[in-house]
Design a protein around this ligand. Structure first.
Ligand SMILES: Nc1ncnc2c1ncn2[C@@H]1O[C@H](COP(=O)(O)OP(=O)(O)OP(=O)(O)O)[C@@H](O)[C@H]1O
Ligand SMILES: [Mg+2]
Length: 323
């Protein structure tokens, strides 16, 4: 076994192709084999685009401008569309907030799931059993009936479970989850998170969890990357980040987590202001305008990411420093 990470994203840049506006700047992170890693950040920080670039699925008009995406040592950005199609599903699968992104509304479920197998590995004698087993693993109550039903016949939570089954069908090494439970109510959200987490552990699968909610991923991942305005501003182990956040933005996220006091769940504080658009940040720290620690340097220079061991922070005046 090599010690090479399963996935290494190195200095990834993403921009609109025509005007061009930079949407993601020099993003680097890695996922080791069997490890779960989180990407957390507010809306528009570049989480989804970073994930879609791994699968070669960036929306039209948006492209990768620089960087490497190494999967098992191969740069996915250099693969042709046929090789990428093979990687998608077989090696890397993704689950989305809206399950209808992945499900076909006019095809019965059994047929749909079997077609996924057919288009990648070819149907085998046990393929139908494999589909049935997965549907029961994800908690679909009447599998026989589900096999001949259409996606719209299920509730939102059940559709999420079906999409998860579809993502697991080809035993991917890496599963990317892009806010799969944001649209669900809290109880169902917890059930689905537990389901994915159990399925991951059982298979020793690697995972990338994307969320705007630090509270959601805290128990699901080993390491966290905090994104702000198209950059990773802090990364480290969950324990370290929760115990001693270094970037003022991370500290703000943590202090705005709801606290449970008896039956009352209340938010402590929230970060005032709105995030800067990544392409408008220019030569400054993107968080400077909202940051209580900001000094003139923060408005005139981009803070480089400084690593110490497994953690990194991009801030001139990180919390815990002497300045
Ligand atoms: N197709 C597109 N064309 C132009 N800009 C885009 C496109 N898709 C996303 N963007 C912009 O890129 C930035 C990053 O978007 P992205 O969807 O990655 O954010 P996100 O962190 O996933 O946000 P959310 O939490 O809302 O899902 C945003 O400013 C967004 O407006
Ligand atoms: Mg998103």
């Amino acid at each position: 076994m090599s010690n090479e990470p399963l996935l290494s994203v190195v200095d990834l840049g993403i921009a609109t192709i025509q005007d061009p506006r930079t949407l993601v700047h020099d993003v680097s992170f890695h996922i080791n084999s069997g490890e779960a890693v989180g990407v957390v950040g507010e809306s528009g920080s570049g989480k989804t685009l970073s994930a879609l670039s791994i699968l070669g699925l960036l929306p039209r008009g948006v492209g990768v401008t620089n960087g490497e995406i190494l999967f098992n040592g191969n740069d996915l950005l250099k693969l042709n569309s046929e090789d990428l199609r093979h990687i998608r599903g077989n090696e890397i699968a993704m689950i989305y907030q809206d399950p209808m992104t992945a499900l076909n509304p006019v095809m019965k479920l059994g047929k749909q799931l079997l077609e996924v197998i057919a288009s990648h590995d070819g149907i085998k004698a046990n393929s139908e059993n494999q589909v049935r087993d997965l549907l029961s693993e994800v908690g679909i109550p009447d599998v026989n009936r589900a096999m001949v039903s259409y996606a719209h016949e299920f509730s939102g939570g059940m559709r999420q479970r079906i999409m998860i089954a579809m993502a697991l069908l080809l035993s991917p090494k890496l599963l990317i989850a892009d806010e799969p439970t944001t649209a669900l109510d809290v109880t169902i959200q917890q059930q689905i998170l537990a389901l994915v987490s159990d399925a991951r552990k059982k298979r020793n699968m690697s995972m990338l969890w994307i969320t705007h909610d630090l509270g959601v991923v805290a128990n699901l991942v080993n390491r966290l990357n905090v994104m702000y305005a198209g950059r990773i501003v802090e990364s480290g182990s969950v324990e370290e980040i929760f115990r001693m956040p270094k970037h003022p933005y991370t500290a703000g996220l943590l202090s705005s987590l709801p606290t449970s006091t008896g039956t009352n769940r209340e938010r402590l504080t929230s970060i005032s202001g709105v995030p800067e658009k990544p392409w408008l940040v220019g030569n400054s720290c993107g968080f400077a305008a909202r940051c209580s620690r900001a000094q003139s340097r923060c408005h005139n220079e981009i803070p480089p990411s400084i690593s110490t061991g497994e953690s990194s922070v991009a801030c001139f005046f990180p919390i815990g420093s002497y300045s």
